[in-house]
Design a protein around this ligand. Structure first.
Ligand SMILES: *[C@@H]1O[C@H](CO)[C@@H](O)[C@H](O)[C@H]1NC(C)=O
Ligand SMILES: *[C@@H]1O[C@H](CO)[C@@H](O)[C@H](O)[C@H]1NC(C)=O
Ligand SMILES: *[C@@H]1O[C@H](CO)[C@@H](O)[C@H](O)[C@H]1NC(C)=O
Ligand SMILES: *[C@@H]1O[C@H](CO)[C@@H](O)[C@H](O)[C@H]1NC(C)=O
Ligand SMILES: *[C@@H]1O[C@H](CO)[C@@H](O)[C@H](O)[C@H]1NC(C)=O
Length: 926
């Protein structure tokens, strides 16, 4: 060393002026000399550290290349036994790319480079077998190589949050890091699924992988793991994390569970073994079922966030008042916390629990009234549940013994699912049970001893009835639900009341609503854009053979969504394609969200077969937005949607609800109609007492009858084409504030070619209003609507629903009763049957008799015996003129003297001369 110094300090005698310069040069030489041949005592890591120092800018000034990083220790560097054991450059504004030579620091235990501006790819570090802490978060690294974790088996803490990495996966290499306690990599483009090995890392405490692109389920290996903080929220991938969260119940150490904004399904599991749980956030998933007491009673809980799921049952009451809650939005609780839930709801939830709380039920089962079109549930007039149909729903799980609590249950359909376990003995105690269909499941065990009056359908359960006569005579009756006739000649055995059995069969058909999706089947047409406003829509050739008439059981109001399997089984011929012209009717989803207060529950007007109708305010115009539930609809629903738009854009009549626009978003399909403030005819006719409204007067009923007749006449005889409504009923007749009627729900309209006025079709409609020939053969013609109109006239006269289960069976079907009585003693019958609430003078009596006569003709058994709709208009119109209310101008927006043909002529004339203005019969402009 001394010799080397002598060599270097050559300039000792130069003049003073140059002294300083020479000194600097000398220092530089010294540095170079040392770098060129490192001293034997310098750290073996000096070279790697120098490369690191050179590769980065912004390192501390003590990081001098060539100097020993351990002697003295560079800023942020600690050494042990002459080796670099830790590097900490956190938050120092360092930039650059990490060099491969980092891999030479084989004693490195801690590398803390977080919150800098480091960029480029991460180097491979296979030799850093001592590395325990790796903090790289908050940099600009762009690549984490697949084999990055190979060799890093001592890792205990990893922090890779907020890195703009290319998508990467958690590789199996990390499984070797058995000491890992914290893995944090949120917002780091982590993709793929959660690997199983995570559950086998015995010390893993913190698993924080939020805001990534993860997909798939929580691995079941997490059961028994020691994870305390499970933060997997807000996955950005399309499918997000999904599946059930049952494994949580077996993770006793959990303190924080953040799973929000994913796609988890199924119920919140029993959390009673989680003795340290503080924060439970599952907001914005699709969780179903009842919130378990183990969560609400959890003593350590500090906050619980459950909003925007499909949680069911009573509104959860948390025992500790200090819990911060977010639970009230977007769930399906049956109450709001003050009143108990209906016992029928509680029992149905137990049934759903048996199936594992399927989402399809949770979506449909809203509120506290199972008779309000709940999927699969059919009630009678006393609101007893008489039919439960859960056929073909892909349900798993078991048959809950809770079915035994529906004491009025007559028919239970569970066929074509994946149900396992036993048929509960308790089902034999159902006193009214007539049919149990469990065919095509995976049930096992003994068949309980049902009474002989119960028809059992057990086929397709290979393990069932091993110790009894499983294949006996029990499943002999033909496939149920095929209508024999409208009066329901059913094959029910052993009933004391056979007419009541017939009635029941009737009800089964009644509740059928064949999902309107199927309607679109025949509509194969190709239409040139802008051809003409009422352009002809040629029909596809109707099939020669009758299509299968599928009948199923759903909610009273046409809970079609639940019957998905029924229509999906025959999908031939649904290849029609549509060209829907947009022409300014498209409304953005954003503006509909705004209009409906983001589809707020408060805006719900009603729920129907395909979705929910919301009230909205679109730039000052009140609208009704029909939001289709896509997931329940599938392709058929999409076709139906297009068909509905197509039909609605063609038909314009002041007695038809006007389509104002539509929205065909990626996920959403919405129709925007004019808003009708008066509710439905059904409300006014049958529910006026509970709605605290005055009953409709005879004048008002007549006017409504005329409005409906005109609407249907228009549909039937417009230009050269015919539209058939097929589902005319009081709940499809909407009233405005003046109680003028408009016909709605064109989802079921059938286009009929003029030459082909009757054709075979799938059954769609509502029993009670179904013409006999339609119900039995599926033959549809305009006379189907005439029949339904006749039924509605009867309801207007009597104030009675067409089907009234509360009456003795022989009186419960209004049409049968009416036709019987009317043909015997007309006047006596009318006096007995007329709605007692009506105050009628002599003149009114006459008009009522006239309408009754029309109703009788309209409901004639044979279609050809029924009049045309124009005949109906001609008979009702004079009665209305006679009864024209003084305070309400009936013909305010049209010329009453013009016949339909004249109107049409005028319209055609208008239409050829103007592109926007339409037909004087139009109620409002689009
Ligand atoms: C995610 O990381 C990026 C850098 O990769 C950062 O800019 C961004 O702010 C982070 N986002 C969140 C929500 O932290
Ligand atoms: C990540 O995993 C997924 C599925 O496991 C795989 O398809 C993909 O190729 C993997 N990506 C990488 C970068 O390894
Ligand atoms: C809770 O832990 C006990 C004991 O390990 C176990 O028997 C029980 O099944 C656990 N409960 C749940 C809901 O997992
Ligand atoms: C819920 O708990 C977590 C963790 O304890 C906390 O960060 C968060 O702010 C809490 N949220 C509310 C709304 O109190
Ligand atoms: C059960 O499955 C068979 C074969 O798939 C089918 O033919 C039968 O119609 C199914 N039974 C019922 C009741 O749907």
């Amino acid at each position: 060393m001394a010799k080397r110094r002598k060599q270097c300090l050559v300039g000792a005698a130069v003049p003073r002026l140059l002294h300083l310069v020479m000194l600097l040069v000398a220092l530089d030489l010294v540095r170079r000399c040392r770098a060129a041949s490192p001293s034997s005592s310098s750290s073996p890591d000096a070279k790697a550290m120098s490369e690191l120092a050179r590769a980065l800018s912004g390192v501390p000034s003590s990081w001098k290349t060539g100097s020993d990083p351990c002697d003295p220790e560079w800023d942020g560097v600690t050494c042990s036994a002459g080796r670099v054991s830790s590097i900490n450059l956190a938050s120092r504004g360092v930039s650059g790319t990490l060099p491969d030579s980092l891999n030479a620091l084989t004693s490195l235990a801690s590398l803390q480079l977080q919150r800098n501006r480091l960029s480029g790819p991460l180097p491979l570090l296979p030799d850093l077998a001592s590395l325990q802490s790796l903090f790289l978060d908050g940099n600009a690294f762009d690549l984490l190589p697949n084999t990055f974790f190979a060799g890093l088996s001592a890792l205990q803490e990893i922090s890779l949050d907020d890195l703009p990495l290319a998508p990467w996966n958690l590789s199996q290499d990390l499984a070797a890091a058995v000491g890992l306690s914290k893995l944090s990599a949120s917002n780091a483009s982590l993709s793929g699924t959660l690997p199983d090995f995570l559950g086998s890392l015995p010390n893993l405490n913190v698993l924080r992988l939020s805001y990534n692109q993860l997909t798939g389920p929580l691995p079941s290996s997490l059961a028994g793991s020691s994870v305390q903080q499970l933060l997997l929220n807000n996955q950005q991938s399309r499918d997000k994390l999904s599946g059930r969260i049952d494994v949580l119940s077996a993770m006793p150490q959990l303190t924080m569970v953040w799973l929000q904004s994913n796609s988890f399904t199924g119920p919140i599991p029993d959390l009673s073994n989680l003795t340290a749980l503080e924060s439970f956030n599952v907001r914005d998933n699709a969780l179903t079922g009842v919130v378990p007491p183990s969560l609400t009673a959890c003593p350590t809980l500090r906050n619980a966030t459950l909003s925007n799921n499909l949680l069911q049952g009573p509104f959860p009451q948390f025992s500790s008042k200090s819990v911060t809650l977010d639970i009230d939005k977007g769930n399906q609780f049956c109450n709001s916390g003050d009143s108990p839930c209906d016992p029928r709801v509680t029992a149905l939830l137990a049934v759903a629990e048996g199936f594992g709380y399927p989402a399809v039920l949770a979506k449909s089962w809203k509120g506290n009234d199972p008779c309000a079109s709940w999927l699969g549930v059919t009630c009678n007039a006393q609101k007893d549940i008489i039919v439960l149909n859960f056929g073909s729903q892909h349900f798993g799980g078991v048959i809950s013994p809770a079915f035994a609590s529906f004491t009025a249950l007559r028919q239970l359909y569970l066929s074509n699912n994946g149900l396992t376990g036993l048929i509960p003995d308790s089902l034999t105690q159902l006193p009214q049970l007539q049919l149990l269909d469990v065919s095509n499941n995976s049930l096992s065990g003994k068949i309980p001893a049902f009474s002989s009056s119960v028809t059992l359908k057990l086929d397709g359960n290979t393990k069932l009835g091993s110790d009894s006569d499983s294949s006996g005579g029990s499943s002999s009756s033909p496939s149920s639900g095929m209508p024999g006739s409208t009066s329901g000649s059913s094959g029910n055995s052993g009933g004391s009341k056979s007419s009541s059995a017939a009635m029941i069969a009737g009800i089964i058909v009644a509740v059928v609503v064949l999902v309107g999706c199927s309607v679109a089947l025949f509509m194969h047409y190709h239409k040139k854009k802008q051809e003409k406003k009422f352009g002809r829509v040629p029909m596809g050739t109707p099939p020669n053979e009758p299509e299968i008439v599928s009948i199923g059981v759903g909610g009273m109001n046409g809970n079609g969504g639940g019957l998905g399997m029924l229509y999906s089984q025959s999908s031939a011929g649904s290849t029609g394609s549509y060209m829907v012209e947009a022409q300014g009717m498209h409304i953005s989803i954003q503006s509909l969200r705004r209009a409906t207060n983001n589809f707020s529950e408060d805006n719900v007007l009603g729920r129907g077969g395909f979705g929910i109708v919301y009230k909205g305010d679109h730039n000052g115009t009140l609208i009704a937005v029909k939001r289709n539930q896509c997931d329940l609809m599938g392709k058929k629903g999409q076709e139906e949607f297009k068909a509905e738009i197509d039909v609605l854009k063609k038909v314009k009549h002041r007695n038809l609800v006007t389509l104002l626009g539509y929205c065909d978003d990626a996920q959403e399909r919405l129709l925007v109609y004019e808003y009708m403030s008066g509710g439905t005819l059904g409300d006014h006719l049958f529910e006026w007492q509970s709605r605290h409204e005055p009953p409709l007067t005879w004048k008002q009923r007549l006017t409504i009858a005329l409005d409906v007749a005109r609407a249907i006449e228009y549909l039937h005889s417009l230009a050269q084409e015919s539209f058939i409504h097929r589902d005319l009923k009081p709940s499809n007749i909407l009233l405005d504030k003046d109680l003028r009627a408009k016909v709605s729900d064109f989802g079921l309209v059938k286009l009929a070619d003029d030459n082909q006025k009757s054709m075979m079709t799938r059954l769609a409609g509502t029993f009670g209003y179904l013409a006999p020939e339609y119900a039995t053969t599926g033959k549809v013609s305009t006379k189907v609507d005439v029949y339904a109109f006749g039924v509605i006239l009867m309801e207007l006269i009597t104030g009675r629903k067409v089907l009234d289960e509360s009456l003795p069976p022989e009186d419960s079907h209004l049409v049968a009763l009416f036709r019987r009585g009317f043909s015997h003693e007309k006047n006596k019958f009318l006096n007995a049957m007329v709605d007692q609430i009506l105050e009628l003078d002599e003149e009114a009596h006459q008009s009522l008799a006239e309408v009754a006569d029309l109703a009788w003709h309209c409901t004639a058994r044979e279609p050809y015996q029924r009049p045309d709709m124009s005949h109906a208009v001609n008979r009702v119109a004079p009665l209305v003129e006679q009864w024209r209310p003084t305070n309400c101008a009936i013909e305010d927006d049209g010329e009453p003297s013009l016949s339909l043909t004249e109107r049409l002529k005028r319209w055609r004339y208008d239409n050829t001369n103007s592109t926007t203005e339409s037909f004087d019969y139009t109620s409002s402009d689009v």
